[in-house]
Design a protein around this ligand. Sequence first.
Ligand SMILES: [Zn+2]
Ligand SMILES: [Zn+2]
Length: 144
Amino acid sequence: MTKEIAEIRTGSCLCGAVAFEVRGAMRPVIACHCRQCQKTSGHFVAATACLADQLTLTNETGLRWFQSSPEAQRGFCGECGGNLFYRRLDRDQVSIMTGMLDHPTGLDLAEHIFVADKSDYYEIGDGRLQYASDTPDRSARRKA
Ligand SMILES: [Zn+2]
Ligand SMILES: [Zn+2]
């Protein structure tokens, strides 16, 4: 079976006050179990990503940005509370919470990061790669 996914994806929050379109390839999904992602989502997040200029907001009336650390912001819907975006101010990339995308996404979950911070009420048993903190290549890039 081949997945024929047009490389245009759409998505929105629960109420629709934030809606978007992404053109072109998106990064494989990364599940992040860090404390911040727990606190913004109620569980852990699974995010894909694209370059900032691939993303078009088709409705941003509800969009609010929260400065979650000195170098990053989290985008959410001020109407329904949906957790949509994560962006580092030093990168031209936007992470998008994968559950916001319309189906089918054509994406696959590749790895789990910050598993050292995960809570004790669930286990990760899907066989994907797991990293105690960030992925090694991205940690290296961050130091550069
Ligand atoms: Zn909303
Ligand atoms: Zn996280």
